[in-house]
Design a protein around this ligand. Sequence first.
Ligand SMILES: [Zn+2]
Length: 397
Amino acid sequence: MLSLPALLAAQATPISIRAGRLLDGQGGAQSNATIVIEGGAISRVDANAPAGTATYDLSRYTVLPGLIDGHAHLSWYFNRSGRLHTPRDGDTPEESMLAMTGNGWATLASGVTTVQSPGSPEDKDLRDFIASGAVPGPRVLTSLEPITNPRLTPDSLRSIVRRRKAEGADFIKIFASKSIREGGGPTLSQAQLDAICGEAKAQGLRTLVHAHSADSMKEATLAGCTQIEHGVFATDDVLKLMAERGTYFDPQCGLVFRNYLDNRAKYEGIGNYNEQGFAFMEKAIPLAVAAFKRARATPGLKIVWGTDAVAGAHGRNVEDLICRVQDGGQPPMEAIISATSLGARAIGLGNQIGAVAPGLQADLIAVDGDPRIDITALRRVVFVMKGGRVYRWDGVR
Ligand SMILES: [Zn+2]
């Protein structure tokens, strides 16, 4: 990583990047393009510019917009006993904050320049410190504390939405179904979801709904919520309804379940990470791939990319994009669009990030290989720029 003075100096003068291949995040591709960056934003993209004069010569690589993970939990980490951190494991808030900052750096260095964090009040300060440039990390959008309590009245749910807004939440996260480890059935009524998503809309906030069962997904869609997460038990009918209503869908392909199973000893015995919970997750892997395929087969359904990255998965986010292509049959370009321009629109930042186009912020990554031919090239990140600052460059400048 460059030192802070070097970073600041780099921002003051125009930067140019020569891209061997350029994927613009909107389905376009070109060879030998030069991207010019001024004041942290892309000022122009020159086709067929001469090589050799660029600030960063990435002629050997594929340049694409920084990836947008619509669902990552930076606050989850393994403590020094090698177990999932819990509020009562003895870690101080400072230790937890440092662990979370480390997760942010791992995420950014892996090419994910923006994450949406559903359900962690702890990450407000991290969001603000990263945004100020004080610490490296992805741009963070946070819901702060999620809404989970099924016993609250519609009126008190509306007041919670207003309180979250006052506290600085970027969006509202709602649990409308049980965990996959508990079967995934609905927990909130239609009236409760109507109250939350209706009030959020009135307050100008988006709503992300955790829902596994088709019933809970249908309720969230009818309530006008913005986006549904997970949806392992989605049916064709509910996916069709979501497409009609323009509800974004964020299914996971496999990383989240595989990560739990790979790290079983670090989770087992905590909360619902028990024998039955792990059995559910093992069963969920083929179900999740099938649900993803069903979603892709639904005309007009807007499928965004969110990994649900937890402890053990930070920095490995792209594995879930690779899963979508390799196991879910998604064309690589479509997968990349879901993680860039479509992802940006879903989080309300379509006019700021998610594409290589003049006027947008310079969030750019380079990978070794062509992900259109080999999606695993996304594992081989060599360059990361966010807002015009270079945070990673493995080659020579
Ligand atoms: Zn989650």
